[in-house]
Design a protein around this ligand. Sequence first.
Ligand SMILES: Cc1cc2nc3c(=O)[nH]c(=O)nc-3n(C[C@H](O)[C@H](O)[C@H](O)COP(=O)(O)OP(=O)(O)OC[C@H]3O[C@@H](n4cnc5c(N)ncnc54)[C@H](O)[C@@H]3O)c2cc1C
Length: 497
Amino acid sequence: MNQPRKKMIVVGGGTAGWMAASAIARMLPHAASVELIESAEIGIVGVGEATLPHLRAYLQTLGLDEAEFMAATHATYKLGIEFRDFGKPGDAYLHPFGDFGRPLNDVPFLHWWLRMHALGQGGEIADYCVANVMAAQKRFSPPAADPDALLSAYSYAYQFDATRFGPFLRGFAEARGVKRTEGKIVSVERDGGTGDVVALVLESGTRIEGDLFVDCSGFRSLLLGDALGEAWEDWSHWLPCDRAMALPCASPSGEIEPLTRATAMPAGWRWRIPLQHRVGNGYVYSSAHLSDDAASAAILGAIEGEPLADPRVLRFKAGRRKRSWSHNVIAVGLASGFLEPLESTSIYLVQIAIQQLVDLFPIGGIQAADRDEFNAQVDYEYDRIRDFLILHYHASTRDDSDFWRDVRHMPIPDSLADKIELFRRAGRIQRYSRGLFFAPSWIAVLIGQGVMPQGWDQRVDTANPHELGQALGRLRVQIASDVATLPGHRVALGLQA
Ligand SMILES: Cc1cc2nc3c(=O)[nH]c(=O)nc-3n(C[C@H](O)[C@H](O)[C@H](O)COP(=O)(O)OP(=O)(O)OC[C@H]3O[C@@H](n4cnc5c(N)ncnc54)[C@H](O)[C@@H]3O)c2cc1C
C-alpha cells in the first residue's frame, strides 16, 4: 500500500527516545521520517542500568552487534536478580533468567521437587536452575545452542551504563536518517477541532510540525500528560516507594557477579548493579518513612568502593497514564508511567511500547481500533508487572520497621491474591502465553520469600521416592559439574581475570 511517509517527532533523547527513533528508522523507513528533539539543558534521568533478557531481541532486530554494544556501554552479563533480606533478614534467593529442572512425564519439575522436599530431601530448588548455579559460581557463557543440553536452559540480560546507551543508539539512528534537533520545547500547539498535536515550539522560536508525536520526555510527560492532560492512575498505595538516592562507586577487586542485587533496607531496598568500570548503587525508599538525608547517609554507608559522585535524589510516583496512546501522541518510557525499579522492568516496557507501535503503525489515518489495541497491550503488561512487584513486599515476614509492617499488611489487588492462593494450595501458577514473568519467576519469588505450597500435583505420588531422590541427585550433580566448566564472568567479558 503506497502511503505518504508520516512525519514522526520523537520528544526526548533518553533511553526511550533513542530506542524508539532507532527502531522506527530501522523497521519502517518507508512509512515514516523521524526527527528527535532533545534538550541538553534538561538532560536525561541517567539511571536504568539493569535490563531483562528481552533487550537482546531488540538489539538483534535492529541488527546491532552485541560486542559493540557491550563495549560502548561498559556492559556486564546478568543472570537474574538476587533478593537479600526480603522474606526475612538473612534470606537470599535469586530470581533467575532460567527454568528450574525439567518437566518429567509432562508434570512441571516443581511438583517432583515439592514431593521430595516434603520428605526432607532434594536440596534447594535453586540447585536445579543452571542460571542460579552459574550466578553463585560467578561464571558466564551464552546458553548452548543444543536445546537438549542442560546448559541451554537459561537466558541472560545486560547491566549497562545508562548514560552511554542513548549516545550509542544515536550513531545508529542518525546513520539511518534520523534528524536530531537540540532545543527546549516551550509550547505545544493543538488543532482546535480534533485536539491532535500539530506542532512543537522550541525556546529558539523554531516551530516543528509533525503527524505523529512519540512522547519520550521522561517524568515530565510533556505531551501526553501536560498538553493532552491524560489522567494519571496512581498505584502508590500498592507501591509506596517514591524516591531513590543513587550513588555510583568504584568496583571492588575480584570477580564481577553476573547479577543485580536488591537488598531490603528499613524503608525500602537498595540496588547494586556491577558494570565493567564501576558499580551502580541506589536506595529506593518511601519518603513517608525516611528523609532524604537519612537515605543519603544509608547509601554512603552501604557501598563497597570509593563514591564516584555525590548521592543524587530522584523523585517518582508508582503508576501510569490511563492511556499511553491518545490522539496522535504515543508515550513511551517514563512519560507513560513507572512502577519502580525492583525487577528492572522499565526498559522492557519501553521495548513493548515500541514493538506495539511498529505492529500497529497507522496506515493512512490513525484508527481508534489500533489505538485501543495498543493501550490494551500496554495495560496488560503494566498490570502483570504491578502484581509481581507487590508480591515482593506482601510476601515478607519482616517486622523490624514501620515500612515493612505497612507494606506487609497493605491490601493487595485481587488478581495477586488469586495467584498466591493458587500457588499456596498445590504449587499451581496462572498460565500466560505472552508478556513477562512466567512460572519460573513466580516460583523463584514465592518460594524465595517463604510461600510454600501445601500440596502438589497428584501424578507425582506414583513415583518411587527412592528412585525420584536418585534422579534429582543426578540432575543436581550434572548441573554443578557442567557449570564448573564455564569461564568466570570477567573472562567472558574479555577483561583480565
Ligand atoms: C531510580 C530509578 C531506577 C531505575 N532503574 C531501572 C532499571 O534498573 N532498569 C530499567 O529497565 N529501568 C530503570 N529505570 C527506568 C529507566 O531509567 C527509564 O525507563 C529509561 O531511562 C527511559 O527514560 P526516558 O527516556 O523515558 O526518560 P529520560 O531519560 O528522563 O529522558 C527524557 C528526555 O526528554 C527530554 N526532554 C524533557 N523535557 C523536554 C523539553 N521541554 N524539551 C526538549 N526535551 C525535553 C530530556 O532532555 C531527555 O532527553 C529506573 C528509573 C529510576 C527513576
